[in-house]
Write a protein that binds this ligand. Structure first.
Ligand code: ADP
Ligand code: MG
Length: 690
């Protein structure tokens, strides 16, 4: 008996060679096979009157054989042509080397031919069916079976040689006959949402009887997928809520308060609310798992600093992790002075420390001579030993998914609190899919008195003028970014690359101004050196790809030019734009675009009017779909196999509601967790041992 984990080799007809071909497309087990959903379907051929046929149709005609001819084209190539006629007209059918068919074709016999119509070569609009998919005489016993086969919808899969659709289809068919799939969704849920039992749904997604059934199968499987993921996320959340293994930061010390009172401004309403949420989480004896999302400059870092101080005043250590060295440095520079004046001992942990410095830093962390540790994510991975780690704050969580959180949890006896900060606004529904296990605070409001970044959209013909303007601003003491979509020029695309633009500007209009080049293909150190030079004002004009996207803060840089803006998503453009407008100088973002359609220009036009990252994210999602939305960033989202975060938003909300109900009723999810661990190994493999 097959089960979902059985090896694909256990299927009849699949030997080592075919198995290897299956492996190449990621199919190792029976389960993998079943979730290799068809990429599309071939419609079953529809029986048609010959006179009504049009070119390029998949059809089936039934009529009498007329006029059989055979012609020799080359030594071993025979072309067989015959006509089929019904009451309405006749059509030619042609194929090569079919002696068997030729013997079968006797004029006057009723025959069925299935295939695709096309115009006959050199004919005056006459149609022909070339290389028919099937021909059989209607008087044969098997005719009905054959008819049914040709009128059936056929799945078409992503394959690699030497696999054929036929081999794949019969592997799926055999599997379906041999496995019994247990329902994931209860009868009640199935009834409530008009869904199919699992076995039926899986059968019907591969071999639907008609389009309606195919739709219902897709809906069922999408619901099931979203439901499973939600169960997993909510299960983790619940485990986390129930555990008493968190630290209650219940002492009301003076550090956070003093820091707050010393700020030259008061917190915005959103900041205050978020701080209350953080304080409440930290005070409880369950571990905090909170995500704070807010646009660049909305004041998240201030809250992170307060949270770190709260940990310290309770006798614990706090760690702040940033995705890059430079960002870590920025945080350190921003906090060092005020923390030190409070008597808080700070340590900076970075890959750049000499072995001796590093050893010393680690020993201070291990002996609790350091209260707050700031550094890159590597500092968590490398696993220096903390004397008493109470809080981890991570900046830009995309690289800090469920996995790492799980790893953190396995490290300490009492679970540290985790605060995740992100400047990537994510639409709410998507938030649920990705971070359904976190509590979320949103800061929408920007601190008062910050002028918006003036954003312009210009066509290519203004480029020279734009760079003259940039030059003037640099001569007045400013700095500028130029962002390009590609690193190097590719033959196929007529797009200037970062390298090309850098060469052009440095050799031309900016020959007397220090320029820098920054892109992802450069080594880590090389990148850091360029960034530091820009940071220090030694480089005035920085030509870069999107590597500057995250968190970089150079207040003196007040101009950004984005080349080929049409190549970026709105959210990404917004992230890029967030690099300027961080100082007191007024800032400009100039997008150069040559979009082909009005629509594409209208999309960019949006940028010039809207400064709110959430609104842009929603719009981006609406216009480009989740695929494009996500491709640009890294995140902990499981690969959805069939559901579509955007199109299935309604389903997602329903699936989440049902999952919540399940969890609330205290179901143990025994039937779900192992499945989840198998299906989304990367994200959920660890839930079984929590
Ligand atoms: P984020 O981390 O969200 O990008 P920061 O915390 O770095 O934002 O804040 C950006 C800038 O705004 C900093 O210079 C900070 O001092 C300032 N700031 C933060 N909160 C406020 C506020 N409520 N009022 C005025 N300025 C603020
Ligand atoms: Mg706590």
């Amino acid at each position: 008996m097959l089960d979902l984990r059985s090896d694909i080799k256990e299927l009849k007809g699949i030997g080592p060679k075919r198995a290897a071909a299956f492996h190449r497309i990621g199919v190792h087990t029976i389960y993998d096979l079943l979730v290799s959903y068809p990429k599309r379907y071939e419609n079953g051929a529809v029986q048609a009157n010959i006179a009504a046929l049009r070119p390029d149709e998949d059809v089936m005609v039934i009529g009498r054989v007329e006029q059989v001819e055979e012609r020799r084209i080359r030594a071993k190539l025979m072309l067989l042509t015959f006509f089929v006629g019904d009451e309405s007209g006749k059509i030619a059918v042609s194929c090569f080397n079919q002696p068997f068919l030729k013997r079968m074709l006797r004029p006057g016999k009723r025959i069925c031919v299935a295939g695709k119509t096309s115009y006959a070569y050199g004919g005056r609009g006459q149609l022909v069916i070339k290389q028919p998919r099937g021909c059989f005489l209607m008087e044969e016993d098997s005719a009905n079976k054959e008819l049914a086969k040709f009128s059936q919808i056929q799945p078409v899969y992503f394959l690699s040689d030497p696999l054929t659709q036929t081999v794949f289809r019969s592997a799926v068919q055999e599997t379906l006959a041999q496995v019994t799939l247990t329902d994931i969704l209860s009868d009640e849920i199935q009834r409530r949402y008009g869904l199919l039992p699992r076995q039926e749904a899986v059968r019907a997604i591969h071999f639907p009887r008609d389009e309606a059934e195919q739709n219902q199968a897709r809906r069922t499987l999408a619901f099931e997928e979203l439901y499973l993921i939600q169960c997993g996320l909510l299960y983790m959340k619940k485990k986390n809520t129930q555990t008493k293994a968190g630290i209650a930061f219940s002492q009301k010390g003076t550090l956070a308060e003093t820091y707050r009172n010393a700020l030259p401004f008061s917190l915005t309403k959103d900041q205050s609310r978020t701080w209350k949420e953080i304080e409440r989480d930290m005070g409880a004896d369950r571990p905090m798992r909170r995500l704070v999302q807010g646009d660049v400059g909305s004041g998240k870092t201030v809250l992170a600093a307060m949270a770190l101080l709260k940990a310290v005043e309770n006798g614990y250590q706090g760690a702040l992790m940033a995705p890059t060295e430079i960002l870590a440095h920025q945080h350190y520079d921003g906090m060092a002075e005020s923390f030190q004046s409070l008597g808080v001992r700070l340590v900076f942990l970075s890959g750049k420390l000499t072995p001796r410095q590093k050893k010393e830093a680690l020993s201070r962390i291990a002996s609790h001579e350091a209260d707050i540790i700031i550094g890159t994510h590597a500092l968590l991975q490398e696993g220096g030993r903390y004397a008493k780690l109470g809080l981890v704050v991570t900046d830009e969580q995309h690289r800090f998914g469920v996995q790492q959180r799980a790893m953190l949890e396995s490290k300490a006896a009492l679970l540290p609190d985790v605060l995740v900060m992100t400047a990537t606004p994510i639409p709410r529904t998507m938030m649920l899919t990705i971070y359904g296990d976190l509590d979320i605070s949103t800061i929408r409001e920007l601190p008062p008195g910050r002028p918006p970044v003036r954003t312009f959209l210009r066509r290519f013909d203004r480029r020279l003028l734009i760079y003259k303007y940039v030059r003037d601003c640099i001569l007045k003491g400013g700095q500028a970014y130029v962002v390009c979509p590609l690193v190097e020029t590719s033959e196929s695309q007529n797009i200037s690359s970062a390298e090309e633009v850098y060469d052009e500007l440095q050799a031309g209009m900016f020959h007397d101004i220090p320029c820098g080049l920054l892109h992802g293909r450069m080594g880590k150190q090389e990148k850091a050196a360029v960034m530091e030079a820009f940071y220090a004002g030694k480089i005035k004009l920085l030509v870069a790809t999107t590597v500057i996207e995250v968190g970089v803060n150079v207040p003196n840089a007040s101009i950004m030019v984005i080349e080929h803006a049409e190549r970026f998503g709105l959210s990404q453009l917004h992230q890029l734009r967030g690099r300027v407008g961080r100082g007191t100088r007024h800032s400009d973002c100039i997008m150069i675009a040559e979009a082909k359609t009005e629509q594409a220009m209208a999309r960019l036009e949006f940028m010039t009017r809207i400064q709110d990252g959430f609104q842009l994210a929603e719009e981006d999602l609406r216009l480009r779909g989740p695929g494009a939305f996500f491709s640009a960033r890294q995140h902990g989202l499981p690969d959805l196999k069939i559901a579509d975060v955007f199109l299935d938003m309604g389903l997602l909300v329903e699936a989440r509601r049902e999952a919540q109900g399940e969890i609330r009723r205290g179901e143990d999810l025994k039937h779900i967790l192992p499945l989840l661990a198998m299906m989304y190994q990367k994200q959920f493999a660890h839930i079984l041992d929590t």
